[in-house]
Design a protein around this ligand. Structure first.
Ligand SMILES: Cc1cc2nc3c(=O)[nH]c(=O)nc-3n(C[C@H](O)[C@H](O)[C@H](O)COP(=O)(O)OP(=O)(O)OC[C@H]3O[C@@H](n4cnc5c(N)ncnc54)[C@H](O)[C@@H]3O)c2cc1C
Length: 441
C-alpha cells in the first residue's frame, strides 16, 4: 500500500483571468484557495499532479500545539479551531478530531524540556498536562511499560492526510473557486515590474497575484526569478499496519517510535525525525545556512542516495516557458521508502507494542519534507516581484497548521486583518540572518 489519497474532479476549463492564482495543491495551497474563495475572490488552484499528492498525503496527520516553537504556536492554536470550523461549515470530511496527543519518556532531560515548554504554553493559555510516572503508566498502559513521565495535550488532535487536502479543494470549488490538476505552472510574466500572468502547461492566466505554495519545488521555482529561498528536503519514511491492534492511544510519541491511529483503524508507524538527506546541488548551495539545523538533528539524519538529483525538485537549471519543465517530468514526488528505516521502525514497534505483533504490514511510503534553515515557514510577499506571495518551507509541521497558514495567506492577499502576526514568517529574514534560531521539531 502506498499513501492513500481521495480523488478530486478538476474544474472543466482553465480561466483566462483570476484575482489570485494559487500554485500547488497541497494542504497549504488548498486552504489558501478555500479562504480566498470564501471572500468572494476569483481563485484558481493549480496542481501539477493530484491535489494532496505530495507531502500533504504522506504525513502522520498530527495537528499539534505541543512542543511548538513560540513563533508557530499562535498559528497552531488558531488552526485547531479552524479545522473544526471547516467541518462545521462544509459537507466535507478531513477526519479531524481533538483526540489528544501523548508523549512518554524515561529521559529526565527530555522530560525537563517538556516541562519548560509547558510553563511557556500555560503563559499563553495553551492546555498541556505533565504526567508523573503513575499517570504516564495509566495513559500509556497499552505499551505495558513503566515510564518516568510524559505529557498529554488534550486539545491537540489529528486529521486524515488521505482526505484533508482533497476535501478542502472540493469545498473551494463549491465556494466558486476552480481547481486544475495535471496543470504545472511553468513560470510567471510581469508588466512594469509587477506580476501580470501565470504561465501553465495548459495556457496562461492573467492575474496580479500568485501564491507559490509549491512545497519541495518552491526554491527552484523562485530561482527562475532570481529569488533566493533557502530550502532543503529530507526524505522521511513511514509504514502502515492493518487495523485491529486493540486499544493503542490515537497518537503517541516516544523517542523510539511514534504511532498514529488512522481513520481506517490501522496505525501509521515512524521514528520521529529520522530521515535521509539526498545530496543535490541545491543542498550544497544552501549548506552553510542549514548547518545549525543539521547539527542539531544529525543523530537522526543519514546520507541518502542520488534520488534527489533524479527527482528534479531541487534542480538548478533554468526552464523555458514553452517546453516541459521538471515539474511535468515528475508529476508526483514519490520518493523511495528507506528499507533500513522500515526495518528499524517495525522492530521497535513490535518490541514496544505487543498488540501490533499479529497485525500485517500493509504498506510503506516516503515523502520529502521541505525545510527552511530555522524550521519556520516562509510566508510573505516577495519584494523583488510584487504580486508573488511565497508560502513554503513548512518544515515537517505544515499539515496541522494548514488552516491557519491558508487563512493568514488569504489575509495578506486580500488586505484583511491578519489571523496572527505575520512578521515571524516573512521570507526576508533569510536575507538578514544566515543562522536563525532553529525551531524544535
Ligand atoms: C513523513 C512525513 C510526516 C509528517 N508528519 C506531519 C505531521 O504529523 N503533522 C504536520 O503538521 N506535518 C507533518 N509533515 C509535514 C507536512 O506534511 C508538510 O509540512 C505539509 O504537507 C506541506 O504542505 P504543502 O502544501 O506546503 O506542500 P505539499 O503537500 O508538498 O504540496 C505542494 C504541492 O505543490 C505542487 N507543485 C509544486 N510546484 C508546482 C508547480 N510549479 N505547478 C503546479 N503544482 C506545483 C506539488 O505537486 C505538490 O502537490 C510530515 C511530512 C512527512 C513527509
Amino acid at each position: 500500500m502506498r499513501a492513500l489519497l481521495d480523488t478530486v474532479e478538476s474544474s472543466r476549463e482553465l480561466p483566462a483571468s483570476a484575482d489570485v492564482v494559487v500554485i500547488g495543491g497541497g494542504i497549504i495551497g488548498s486552504f489558501t484557495a478555500y479562504y480566498l474563495a470564501r471572500r468572494g475572490l476569483k481563485v484558481a488552484l493549480l496542481e501539477k499532479g493530484r491535489i494532496g499528492g505530495e507531502q500533504s498525503s504522506r504525513n502522520w496527520g498530527w495537528c499539534r500545539q505541543q512542543n511548538r516553537d513560540a513563533r508557530e504556536l499562535p498559528m497552531a492554536t488558531k488552526s485547531l479551531d479552524l479545522w473544526e470550523q471547516f467541518a462545521a461549515d462544509e459537507q466535507e470530511q478531513t477526519g479531524f478530531r481533538r483526540c489528544g496527543l501523548l508523549y512518554l519518556s524515561n529521559d529526565e532531560a527530555e522530560l525537563a524540556g517538556w516541562a519548560r515548554w509547558g510553563e511557556f504554553a500555560r503563559s499563553v493559555n495553551v492546555r498541556t498536562q505533565m504526567l508523573n510516572a503513575a499517570e504516564a503508566a495509566e495513559h500509556g498502559k497499552a505499551t505495558g511499560k513503566a515510564w518516568k513521565g510524559g505529557v498529554y495535550s488534550p486539545t491537540d488532535g489529528t486529521a486524515d492526510p488521505s482526505r484533508a487536502a482533497p476535501a478542502v479543494a472540493r469545498a473551494t470549488m463549491r465556494r466558486g473557486g476552480t481547481v486544475h490538476q495535471g496543470c504545472a505552472v511553468r513560470g510567471l510574466e510581469t508588466e512594469g515590474g509587477r506580476l501580470s500572468a501565470v504561465i501553465t502547461e495548459k495556457g496562461s492566466i492573467r492575474t496580479r497575484v500568485a501564491v507559490l505554495a509549491g512545497g519541495a519545488w518552491a526554491s527552484s521555482f523562485c530561482r527562475q526569478y532570481g529569488i533566493r529561498f533557502p530550502q532543503a528536503t529530507i526524505r522521511q519514511t513511514v509504514m502502515a499496519v492493518a487495523p485491529g491492534a486493540g486499544e493503542l492511544p490515537p497518537a503517541l510519541h516516544t523517542s523510539q517510535i511514534s504511532i498514529t491511529r488512522r481513520s481506517d483503524g490501522g496505525y501509521t508507524l515512524a521514528v520521529s525525525g529520522r530521515g535521509r538527506v539526498d545530496p543535490t546541488a541545491q543542498l550544497l548551495r544552501f549548506s552553510t545556512q542549514f548547518l545549525p539545523m543539521f547539527m542539531r538533528r544529525w543523530r537522526n539524519l543519514a546520507p541518502g542516495t542520488l534520488e534527489g538529483l533524479r527527482s528534479g525538485h531541487e534542480s538548478l537549471s533554468r526552464w523555458r516557458l514553452d517546453q516541459p519543465t521538471p515539474m511535468e517530468r515528475m508529476r508526483i514526488l514519490d520518493p523511495t521508502p528507506d528499507t533500513a528505516a522500515i526495518r528499524l521502525t517495525h522492530q521497535r514497534a513490535l518490541a514496544f507494542m505487543p498488540a501490533l505483533k499479529d497485525r500485517a504490514v500493509t504498506g510503506a511510503w516516503a515523502g520529502y519534507v521541505d525545510s527552511t534553515p530555522d524550521g519556520v515557514p516562509g510566508i510573505g510577499e516577495i519584494a523583488s516581484l510584487p504580486g508573488l506571495v511565497l508560502a513554503a518551507g513548512f518544515s515537517g509541521h505544515g499539515f496541522g497548521i494548514g488552516p491557519g497558514a491558508g487563512h493568514l495567506i488569504a489575509d495578506i492577499v486580500s488586505g484583511a486583518a491578519p489571523l496572527v502576526d505575520p512578521r515571524p514568517y516573512h521570507p526576508d529574514r533569510f536575507k538578514s540572518s544566515a543562522w536563525g534560531q532553529v525551531a524544535d521539531f
